[in-house]
Design a protein. Structure first.
Length: 422
């Protein structure tokens, strides 16, 4: 064997490298796991002097077994792509049982029942392979493998232990990554459910807003029909009526489009966002509800305002929730004093601030302290999730949300968000 194969001739150095590799995974963020696994596989490839190293992941139901990470020396055939559970059934079955597959000499050492596996290794010229399953919480979630095309290899017990250790490190990192993705998925579901619930609070107003252009369409259609029944219809009047019908239809369509955009369920996006545009969209969306509740909305938007990276629909959701809460807080005050203010500005540290001020009765210190905690509510029929979800969305945007102490009447909620590139 080549003198460069440290794992075989200098195992102490190899194990030191593995310890350093393991250390890099201890607090690795989920979004960096895949890149780090690729780096670890490349390290294995070079240290062992092998031709191929890989990681394959097994689905929870055992129906899919796919190579997700691989490193191959230039000029060597890549591993088979696709579902190994279908392409290499015996191999997949052994791995799912947690069995280490050690082949010093291929294809001679393959059992008779490994028909597809024999054909595959013969076709690509594989001479030796070691595959070690890895588990999390007692369940096999994948395997790590190394292989040689040119030479046969006698896999020593010490080397197998070391590679098993690498597999365990990879397994824990992958489990953390999948848990983080699942947490994100659940948060997105919760955020969407809250958005639907918020829509329920203004559905009567939306229905009224849609009915207005529909009523106008019906009236203009009847008028056009009446004019057409005349002996000599006025085509100019009919044309004007039809123009009004088109305008009202577009108005109704725009209302439905706004609702659809707000309710649409899609993955969290991180796009350049103009926070002032978010405020103006929400102003249009809640305009009829503000009129119904006899609340005056005042905007003080700083311009120009730096852009931020975020999900515009989720940021709209936060502002809608804060404005609805502000309207609720002012139900007991005279209509002429019901005023909501929305301000945007840039703080001295460069962060973007969004503030919502109402003219309600205000909050006591104890309420302010717990305002954004799950299941805490000051409303008799409230669930206490709206503001908690707002906090979750804001924090997912690397921001902060807080209720500020404010002299006199009313409550101020402030959101601080980082500018794009900050």
């Amino acid at each position: 064997m080549s003198g460069s194969m440290i794992a075989f001739e200098q195992p102490e150095i190899f194990e030191q490298q593995l310890a350093e590799l393991s250390a890099t995974f201890v607090s690795l963020p989920a979004e960096e796991v895949d890149q780090q696994i690729d780096w670890g596989l490349q390290l294995l490839l070079e240290t062992l002097g092998m031709d191929l190293s890989s990681v394959a992941e097994l689905s929870p139901d055992g129906q899919r077994f796919e190579v997700t990470h691989t490193q191959v020396r230039p000029g060597r055939a890549p591993l088979v792509s696709g579902n190994l559970a279908e392409l290499l059934p015996w191999y997949t079955e052994m791995i799912s049982r947690g069995q280490v597959l050690r082949f010093d000499r291929l294809p001679e050492e393959l059992p008779a029942e490994a028909v597809a596996e024999r054909e595959y290794v013969s076709r690509i010229g594989l001479r030796s392979q070691l595959t070690i399953p890895f588990q999390v919480a007692g369940r096999v979630i994948g395997a790590i493998g190394v292989a040689s095309f040119e030479r046969t290899v006698d896999w020593s017990p010490r080397l197998i232990r070391s590679i098993r250790l690498v597999g365990e490190v990879f397994a824990n990192a992958l489990a953390r990554k999948h848990a983080a993705h699942e947490q994100l998925h659940l948060r997105e579901q919760l955020v969407h459910s809250a958005r639907v619930n918020t829509m329920g609070e203004v559905v009567a107003t939306i229905a009224h807003e849609v009915n207005q252009p529909l009523f106008a369409i019906v009236s203009n259609a009847r008028a056009a029909g009446t004019m057409l029944s005349r002996g000599e219809p006025d085509l100019a009047e009919i044309g004007a009526a039809l123009d009004d019908i088109v305008q009202d239809a577009n108005r109704a369509s725009a209302i439905i489009a706004r609702v659809r955009s707000f309710l649409q369920r899609k993955p969290t996006e991180h796009l350049p966002v103009d926070l002032n545009a978010v405020v103006l969209t929400v102003q249009s969306f809640l305009g009829p509800e503000l009129v119904r509740r006899r609340v005056k909305l005042e905007l003080e938007l700083a311009a120009p305002l730096p852009w931020l990276l975020g999900d515009p629909v989720q940021l709209q959701q936060v502002l809608v929730n804060l404005l609805l809460n502000g309207m609720d807080a002012m139900e007991s005050v005279p209509p002429e004093t019901r005023r909501l203010r929305v301000l945007t500005r840039v703080a001295s540290d460069g962060r973007i601030l969004l503030e919502v001020l109402d003219a309600g009765s205000g909050l006591d210190p104890a309420t302010r302290e717990h305002l954004f905690e799950p299941f805490f509510t000051t409303k008799p029929s409230g669930l206490g999730m709206g503001l908690a979800i707002c906090r979750s969305i804001v924090e997912a945007h690397a921001g902060r949300i807080q209720a500020l102490e404010r002299p006199g009447r009313g409550t101020t909620v402030q959101i601080s968000l980082p500018a794009q590139g900050a």
